[in-house]
Design a protein around this ligand. Structure first.
Ligand code: SF4
Length: 288
């Protein structure tokens, strides 16, 4: 069985010292190892941004896609080869700005895969611009007088879009992150895991200390029921989205693949797709 170390490809991340993404990478390696996933059965797909480098730091199949497009690639991989555990990774700029259309439709489509978003409330790779998750009044190079746009409320948006699994973590809490990623991998459907992962270089407001002071764990709220959509929405709204843990899971979730009646019995990746000469000629003839 593969250990956490087996998912380390020995490429040293070039993230800034202290970046929250290091801990998320460790949590993902631990989670896949704990779940008995083998490197040859794991595909990690990432978008663009500092967290977009994720796919290059895992010993597994990797695909570094273009900006905001990790989810289309990841969903395609899962549909073509259902035996592969698929994890998409990116940042809040990648997934909730240019990639938001894909995020919402991936949520409601419910293909069995996991999406980890490293949410640092800023664009780090391009050196500090306002992101869709930046707070009102947040000063950056592109908002010198403070952001005048309301940040997107990702968790309530995901609930409204029909999510079957929503969790939120914090990169200072390795145990919780690992457990949430494991639950996401086990979930039968699309699992969204938003992780607060501080950008220590360009965001001097939403720091480790800031998140530690403002976050509440749902398991500290007596009797919290992650099976209740209404309770999840109320908790998210009451705490302004600053809650961590498993927020919502539909344990009777039916995945896209299960609903797709035409879904081939054999994974597309293993099928013999070679065309005979006569089939090829017939296809070509259709263009004349
Ligand atoms: Fe991490 Fe920010 Fe550095 Fe990017 S710029 S590696 S997000 S600390």
């Amino acid at each position: 069985m593969a250990t956490q170390k087996d998912f380390d490809n020995q490429i040293k991340p070039n993230w800034c010292p202290g970046c929250g993404d290091y801990a998320v990478l460790n949590a993902l390696r631990r989670a896949v190892s704990d779940q008995g996933v083998e490197p040859h059965n794991l595909a990690v797909v990432s978008g663009i941004g500092c967290s977009g480098r994720f796919s290059g730091y895992m010993y597994a199949y990797g695909f570094h896609s273009v900006h905001g497009r990790a989810l289309p690639v990841a969903q395609g991989i899962k549909l073509a080869n259902r035996d592969v555990t698929v994890v998409a990774c990116g940042g809040d700029g990648d997934g909730y700005a240019i990639g938001m259309g894909h995020t919402i439709h991936a949520i409601r489509r419910n293909i069995d895969m996991t999406y980890i978003v490293m949410d640092n409330h800023i664009y780090g790779l391009t050196k500090g611009q306002v992101s869709p998750r930046s707070d009102l009044g947040f000063k950056t190079k592109t908002s010198p007088s403070g952001s005048i746009e309301t940040p997107v409320s990702v968790l309530s948006m995901a609930l409204a879009a029909g999510a079957t699994f929503i969790a939120q973590g914090f990169s200072r809490d390795l145990e919780q992150m690992t457990a949430l990623i494991e639950q996401g991998i086990q979930h039968n459907g699309f699992s969204l895991i938003n992780i607060f992962s501080p950008c220590v270089t360009f965001n001097q407001v939403n720091t480790y200390e800031w998140f530690s002071e403002h976050l509440t764990r749902v398991d500290s709220l007596g009797g919290y029921d992650p099976g209740s959509r209404a309770a999840a929405m109320e908790t998210i709204m009451t705490h302004d989205g600053l809650v961590t843990g498993l927020l919502y899971q539909d344990t009777s979730s039916v995945s896209y693949q299960q609903r797709l009646q035409e879904y081939a019995k054999e994974p597309l990746a293993l099928a013999d797709l070679e065309l005979s000469q006569s089939e090829f000629d017939r296809l070509i003839a259709g263009f004349y």
